[in-house]
Design a protein around this ligand. Structure first.
Ligand SMILES: Nc1ncnc2c1ncn2[C@@H]1O[C@H](COP(=O)(O)OP(=O)(O)OP(=O)(O)O)[C@@H](O)[C@H]1O
Ligand SMILES: [Mg+2]
Length: 789
């Protein structure tokens, strides 16, 4: 801010120097009146921000003042050029460059440390007295997230609510046939539409370009006139021309920043917007989608494809506008100075256009393949890194390296092809056609014209200087087209994902943050309604199910189960009989292919998916923890005010307090990515504490205590039983391989081959002479582990 004011001061000094200079030079009083009035206004603007410090309003005001100074500088420059007044030219350039530099600095983003944000989200709490405050911070963090998300200010993705429209779901096959011209145009149009919300920055960039144009175009002119003046031994004129070149070049340089910054800024906003939309789209897909799409592939779409597709987009706007205007300017200049030589220079353009079209089409097809190959390689790398312990344990480093190298080789080959074609392109267009053929032809024709006294050497020199600019601009223009085509190639996969309408049961459209207003309203409604306790009388009626990725392999067949509200049901059976599948269906990760699941008489499909999931607490065999602290993980998913005492209480219930207290940072101990810094049993206890804290209406325990030793398991079991006794409103489904865990359940279901073979209490089932359950219990080991039948 101080620097901005410093440059503003410099601009002011320039103005007063001009004013004083004018006083002794001429009587263009009207001009000075205009300048002084505009400067007075700018001064006024500058005094206001000094009242307050560094806030957004003062920055805006300073920018306003500096913009006014820029305009003043430009006005002086124009008037200086028209009236050939060197004083006005120098003064104008001074004001313009100083104001531009100040304006530039005002756009330097304030340093916002990401770590600081993280700290707000995971506020450490060691002191009980500060608990209330830290709890507030914890809740502030949710708001913080929402505010951060709002900063985008635009959304490209329209969140459609009609996810239940089945007709829209049959889009699994890629919709883009790259070779089809209409699809290509559609892809390119979609890509251009991405830039629509950024028109302000793009227009501003175009304006900067247009203002800059005469200044940058005039440089070769001054070079030729200087050399011509030197040729005629007119040193005074040469000095004058050099000074003009310096002034115009300085203005050109100051404006160059804006062309780069504004287009680049628009570019960053587009990439950010596409990433946010794509991430929102990915996380609201149905679970089956993730069975067939690897996380590596999806993260590659988010990282590489998004930046690739938007990366060249804004350069398209920049170069298409800049090159077009420059070409028009240069062609006009050349035609005025020598029509014959001008026509010779232009005849190369059609050849460049044709070669560029062919190159652009090829580039697009190759870009799609490159992105696909990169996504494949990323998927392999991510899988290997995520499972590095298994890779090391099996000494499979070489195998994983081979897999990765095979995929990356494919991408390498495609990139080498691209390099080869780029080399051919530059060789034929830039070096041969432009540098060699055109230059030689121009010099040859030019020397002929000079020998016939139809041209002066000065004009030929100007032509040589301008023609290289012209050819560069022509290349830029066509390349901006090829870049756009290439970007749309990289964007194909991104658009495919963005367009994918997830079939039910996908996450409700309102649950993602792509539309802040709806999210906030819905959240409030949800938080209000979530307080109501829901009765979970669960019925599975004639359930048939096969996983979408294996449609011909039935997992559950005509399955009937009933779990009355507040009761517990244990599912036992051999490995692969479908126990976890039932847990998945109850969470509505998948919909059954036949039959229906009813909750308190209501079909699960008709229920609000978010409401339903927020009533559920789940603990799985290998619970997933998130990087962050133990406290963050225990409170994960809880959307109400949680006190530290409550966190401690649930940790005690889950028998997690013992090991937590042994860590020096206690509840603020970080657990590492996916909780790698904890043992399996510790992770399970944190997951149990997390489930208890949610106070769910339906508790799903899928081998929840399998990683605990016998003593810990018994302790956790007793704690859970005690909790159930106090929470008779909770319905529980338990999957376990330990007799002790299942025998106290209100009902036990024995599953085999996707059917329920036996059902009843432990005592009832044990009374059956040839019962499968009884047979299994009798074969249980001394540790009470039920065998796999
Ligand atoms: N995402 C999936 N896609 C396709 N098939 C699956 C998927 N998950 C599980 N299966 C298959 O469904 C069947 C039932 O699996 P499920 O996980 O329900 O068994 P389980 O009874 O929980 O076994 P375990 O006791 O070993 O955990 C298995 O044959 C399994 O191969
Ligand atoms: Mg299982």
């Amino acid at each position: 801010m101080y620097l901005t004011r410093f440059f503003s001061g410099l601009a002011q000094a320039g103005l007063f120097a001009v004013a004083v200079g004018w006083k002794y030079q001429s009587d263009e009083s009207l001009l000075v009146m205009v300048i002084l009035v505009s400067q007075a206004a700018s001064n006024l603007w500058l005094t206001i921000p000094s009242l307050s410090d560094r806030d957004a309003a003062s920055v805006q005001l300073c920018r306003g003042a500096l913009s006014t100074s820029c305009c003043t500088g430009l006005t002086l420059l124009i008037l200086g050029t028209l009236s050939s007044s060197l004083l006005f030219l120098i003064g104008g350039a001074w004001i313009f460059v100083a104001a531009c530099a100040g304006l530039m600095i005002s756009f330097w983003p304030p340093t916002k440390d990401d770590e600081e944000e993280e700290e707000v989200i995971f506020q450490p709490v060691n002191d009980d007295d500060s608990q209330e405050a830290s709890d507030n911070d914890h809740f502030l963090s949710w708001d913080q997230h929402e505010k951060d998300d709002e900063e985008g200010g635009y959304r490209l993705l329209e969140m459609d609510d009609d996810d239940d429209d089945d007709s829209a779901h049959e889009d699994e096959a890629p919709t883009n046939n790259e070779s089809h011209p209409s699809n290509r145009i559609r892809g390119t149009t979609r890509l251009l539409q991405l830039a629509a919300p950024e028109v302000f920055y793009l227009y501003a960039g175009c304006i900067a370009l247009l203002i800059r144009l005469p200044f940058s175009l005039s440089i070769p002119h001054f070079v030729s006139t200087t050399l011509s003046a030197l040729g005629h031994a007119d040193f005074h004129k040469a000095q004058h021309e050099i000074l003009l070149l310096f002034i115009f070049g300085s203005i050109d340089a100051a404006l160059d920043f804006w062309c780069i910054f504004l287009f680049g800024y628009a570019n960053q906003r587009i990439v950010r917007g596409v990433r946010l939309d794509l991430f929102a789209k990915i996380i609201r897909q149905e679970v089956a989608f993730f069975d067939t799409h690897s996380s590596g592939e999806l993260s590659s779409r988010l990282s590489s494809d998004c930046s690739e597709m938007a990366g060249d987009l804004t350069w398209f706007f920049r170069f298409s506008v800049e090159s077009f205007v420059r070409i028009v300017g240069i062609v006009t200049y050349l035609m005025i100075r020598s029509p014959t030589l001008g026509a010779c220079t232009l005849c190369i353009i059609p050849f460049v256009a044709i070669i560029n079209k062919v190159y652009g089409d090829w580039l697009r097809q190759n870009a799609t393949k490159v992105q696909e190959a990169l996504a494949g390689a990323n998927a392999v790398a991510q899988e290997a890194i995520a499972n590095i312990r298994t890779v090391i344990a099996f000494a499979a480093e070489q195998k994983e390296w081979d897999r990765y190298s095979h995929r990356i080789d494919r991408q390498f080959q495609l990139n080498v092809r691209q390099l080869f074609m780029t080399g051919v392109y530059y060789m034929s267009i830039s070096t041969f056609l432009i540098n060699t053929v055109v230059q030689a032809s121009l010099l040859w024709i030019g020397s002929l014209l000079i020998s016939q006294h139809k041209l002066t050497p000065e004009v030929l020199l100007a032509f040589m200087l301008y023609q290289s600019q012209l050819q560069n601009e022509t290349l830029n223009l066509f390349q901006s087209y090829s870049s756009l085509i290439k970007s749309s190639g990289a964007g194909d996969k991104v658009f495919e994902l963005l367009d994918r309408a997830p079939p039910p049961p996908s996450v409700n459209a309102l649950s993602v943050r792509a539309d802040e207003s709806r999210e906030t309203d819905h959240d409030e409604q949800l938080e209000n309604s979530i307080q109501e306790t829901q009765k979970y009388h669960v019925e599975l009626l004639g359930i048939n199910f096969c996983y979408p990725s294996r449609p011909n392999q039935p997992v559950l067949q005509n399955l009937h189960l009933e779990i009355p509200h507040g009761k517990s049901m244990a599912l036992v059976g051999c490995s692969g009989c479908g126990k976890t599948t039932i847990i998945n269906l109850l969470q509505r990760f998948y919909d059954p292919t036949g039959g229906s699941i009813r909750i308190d008489g209501m079909d699960l499909k008709a229920m609000d998916l978010l409401q339903h999931r927020r009533h559920i607490g789940v603990v799985t065999q290998d619970p997933v923890l998130f990087s962050g602290t133990l406290r963050d993980n225990i409170t994960y998913g809880v959307r109400r005010r949680v006190s530290f005492e409550e966190v401690q209480r649930v940790a005690r219930l889950a028998h997690a307090d013992g090991f937590i207290d042994r860590f020096p940072d206690r509840y603020e101990t970080t657990v590492g990515e996916r909780g790698v810094q904890l043992s399996g049993g510790q992770k399970q206890r944190i997951a149990i504490a997390r489930a208890i804290l949610l106070n769910p209406s339906l508790l799903l325990l899928d081998e929840a205590t399998s990683a605990l030793d016998a003593a810990s398991e018994q302790a956790v079991q007793e704690a859970l039983e005690e909790w159930w006794i106090n929470n008779r409103s909770m319905t529980t489904v338990i999957v376990a391989h330990r007799l002790r865990t299942v025998q106290h359940a209100d009902c036990i279901a024995f599953l085999q081959d996707g059917f329920v073979r036996e059902q009843g209490t432990h005592d009832e089932l044990m009374k059956r002479p040839n019962g499968l359950y009884r047979h299994m219990v009798e074969r249980a080991g001394s540790n009470g582990i039920l065998p796999d039948m």
